[in-house]
Design a protein around this ligand. Sequence first.
Ligand code: ARG
Length: 610
Amino acid sequence: AALVQEGGAFEGTGGKIDPRRGLLAVITALFTEAMHEAFPELAGNPNFRRADVAKCGNAVHGDYQCNSPMAIYKAIKATGRPSVLARPQDVAKALIDSLPAKGHEVCAEVSVAGAGFINVRVQGAYLQARVKDILLHGPQAAMARKLRVLVDFSSPNIAKEMHVGHLRSTIIGDSLCRMLEFLGHDVARVNHVGDWGTQFGMLIKYLKEEYPNFMQDPPNITDLTGFYKAAKARFDESPAFKERARVGVVELQAGDPESRAIWKLLCDISRAEFQKVYDRLDVRLEEYGESFYNDRIPAVIEELKAENLLEEDGGAMIMWCGGKHQIPLMVRKSDGGYGYDSTDLAAIRYRLKDLSRDWVIYITDAGQATHFHMIFDAARMAGWVDEEHGRHRLDHVGFGVVQGEDGKRFKTRSGDTVRLVDLLDEAVVRMTASLTQRIEDGKSALSKSEACEAAAALGYGAVKYADLKQNPGTDYQFSYDRMLDTKGDTAIYLLFTCARFHSILRKAEEEKGIDVKALEAGGDVVLEHPTERALALELAQFAEALQQAVLELMPNRLTSYVFFLSARGTDFLEACHVLTHPKRLVLVHATALTIAHCLELLGITPLTKI
Ligand code: ARG
């Protein structure tokens, strides 16, 4: 079955090789076919659904290796049937003999090695064809199945400042969406804003008490955070206000028009602030806030109740989601109100059943892992998901904390939490200064006005890349000096490399009169020098890097790919003279396009000049 888990990434070739599926998937499919051909008794065995193929650790031995022979050998032995296969090496030999004929378009030098695995070198002609593909169609990647995906990300809270945690969610979420979209999936980008809940009782009552005329004379509160703090202070010191706030929530939830009007006013103010951040970061989101699910909660509770999944607990309704969780979900509070858990139950049901999403992905700080795993288990118990048959997939990507350079929680010098806008501004300010310096020193091809745009691409790009290159689960230290370094594994280095490749093409046209566009159409690629072959192989590995990033939900797979690609590209430029060699310019062009494309998938604006 085409499991959602893999998006059909490793399905059989179905008789023809589709290069957009990537080398790893194509070679895996070929060896899977060989395996089922040579050992038909394994075809129905779930452990042998597909052959085990991986990139070679050491390029000296080959480009890819198939590790299946040993496991096949053991499985055959275990059946107790007499067999002519004396050693795993014999299995390897049998696999090679059964490789489909078309496999030789892709695989050259297929050989048995060591205790029984198979090394494969990729055909040069196949790599040449992939380089040409890039010029004709751009870098390409696909999976066998188009999925309906929903990514719940960013999701800040109304009346509160977006913090660095929301920045991480926004950056990681946006990049995963870009990758999923590029692979052809149908992606809903959902902003589950915190626009409901108990804090609104407090905010509404405070606003009414401070601005009794708010309807005729709406207050100008652009600083909602300050407003929130003031309301919270009154809430904490006055029991009477606390009680009024509690009533305020009930009134709002009951649909009281005045409360609704104030609620809407507060949401609009916050929304405008959030949008400024999204615009800067070039992130698109659709808002389905917590309030959207409010009316749907009662029916969901009825459904769960009918399934006998709920328990009464001191007036509240709770749901135990299997033995592995220490706490239950709070389905309905003892005062009848709905909270975070109730909303997420209604939301996951809506996404799976009403929106028919195959794959739902949540991106929040790792601290919320338990919450989401309880929600997932609840959905399983309620029968809303079918993971066994590979119909659905649910994921929580929990990311680590952003720390200051001292390894403590990220704060400003005065100890306040860092405002996102300030943080982004600072990165751009620093890049503007360094670009201006380059222009003054005569080291840059940019005009003063181009420098502005470039500084934004560099500054925002640096912040995004520093985040994306981490394994999402780990904490990381925020350091301008490191992320703005021109040499390390940074967006700055990659944007410089991207611009360098593009400027070679410009030079070839302007100074050598070479028609680069014409090369695209007919261009021959030669892969003579080892650095050329290594670069072409790396280019051909774009699809699998992208698939891996998506299937593992780790954008850092793509950042390391583009970093290696840039390094291979630089090796090639250092070893080979390219400017007057049209055949090599084709490779330069394919590299320029692929680096730029990877940057775009990471949400970074590529530069062609610097
Ligand atoms: N508003 C929450 C926060 O700031 C994140 C919401 C994530 N999405 C969800 N469906 N619960 O932490």
